[in-house]
Design a protein around this ligand. Structure first.
Ligand code: PEP
Length: 245
């Protein structure tokens, strides 16, 4: 399966950061993987403009479940599609933890993303405490069951396995731990979507860097990465992209 490398800029980036988009655009010509960058809402429009005529794809980091209405400060999936975003990250642990987003909310947002024609990158992952209790697969399984909408297919759904304790910490699960969870996710996707579940891309996320990407990409059922910190500099992101052969 062709790998997908998605960068999550989180709340980083000013107009001057467009230089990074320009640099990434240059990389996509020869890349053997799909590349998505999800800048903050304020930069999506400009990034889409800049990525025009290249294979660089722009996404968003969140959306609201409703199409429009009295939701001060929110952005709908339709608005994102309108300005040319093609992907949206949903259920990132920072949103689950800091903004109280539970599976029901993530599900509603994923339904909205599909309604607007966006590809949903649904994030799942256990906390350190849940892993220590031996509940990683149970937790990930429940998040997956509860937040993947009816009608999901390999064309509109990507799953990102992101252990909460590995995000931004420099800690990475062992290769065996990554393979174990990705295999369980694959099995659940097949049970849910039938044969098409085999084609849904499952990304690993959590402290991926140029130096560890090749090993992670070599693991079974790892179809790419969701990258936070290391996606902010095109030079570092380029190292991850080139590891995805
Ligand atoms: C993330 O926030 O999705 C992430 C994976 O962050 P980092 O790569 O910085 O650990």
């Amino acid at each position: 399966m062709r790998k997908l490398i998605a960068g999550n800029w989180k709340m980083n980036g000013l107009i001057s950061s467009q230089a990074e988009i320009q640099a990434l655009k240059g990389l996509t010509g020869s890349a053997t993987c799909d590349i998505v960058v999800c800048p903050p809402f304020t930069l999506i429009d400009r990034a889409v403009e800049r990525a025009k005529d290249s294979k660089l794809v722009i996404g968003a980091q969140d959306c609201h479940a409703q199409r429009s209405g009295a939701h001060t400060g929110e952005i709908s999936a339709e608005m994102l599609a309108d300005i040319g975003a093609r992907y949206v990250i949903l259920g990132h642990s920072e949103r689950r933890v800091s903004y109280g987003e539970d599976d029901e909310i993530v599900l509603a947002k994923a339904v909205a993303a599909h309604r607007a024609g966006l590809i949903a990158i649904v994030c799942v992952g256990e906390t350190r405490h849940e892993r220590d209790e031996g509940r990683a697969i149970e937790v990930v399984g429940e998040q997956l069951r509860e937040s993947v909408p009816e009608g999901a297919t390999s064309a509109n759904l990507v799953i990102a396995y992101e252990p909460v304790w590995a995000i931004g910490t420099g800690l990475v699960p062992t290769n065996e731990q990554i393979e174990e969870v990705h295999a369980a996710i694959r099995q659940m996707l097949e049970e849910r979507l039938g044969r098409d579940g085999n084609s849904v891309r499952i990304l690993y996320g959590g402290s991926v860097k140029a130096s560890n990407a090749a090993v992670i990409f070599g693991l079974r059922n790892v179809d790419g990465a969701l990258v936070g910190g290391a996606s902010l500099k095109a030079s570092e992101f380029a190292g991850i992209i080139s590891a995805a052969v």
